[in-house]
Design a protein around this ligand. Sequence first.
Ligand code: SF4
Length: 96
Amino acid sequence: MGNVNEENNLESMINKSKRAKELRERNVRNIEPCKKCEWKMFCGVCPREVYSCTGNVYDKIPQCIFQNNVFEALIWEFGKNQEGIMKYLIGEYDEN
Ligand code: SF4
């Protein structure tokens, strides 16, 4: 980033920042380990979480395998109970 003592315009400082540029340009389609993942549009791949665990915003999340299993299980459940899942998603599911 920059030095707050030398920069008097925060916006200018952020615009010059390599890290801010990385975050602005970050997209699940340009994260190498996620590019071909079938769940990429559902996953989220939180940049804060990834960075805190790997030091790199262009990596997959630490719980990637778990996330894959959850999505797969949800698809199976959806296949078995599409009406119930749709009602759950729109808040009309009755658990009784
Ligand atoms: S499940 Fe794993 S590989 Fe797929 S988008 Fe999420 S972090 Fe990336």
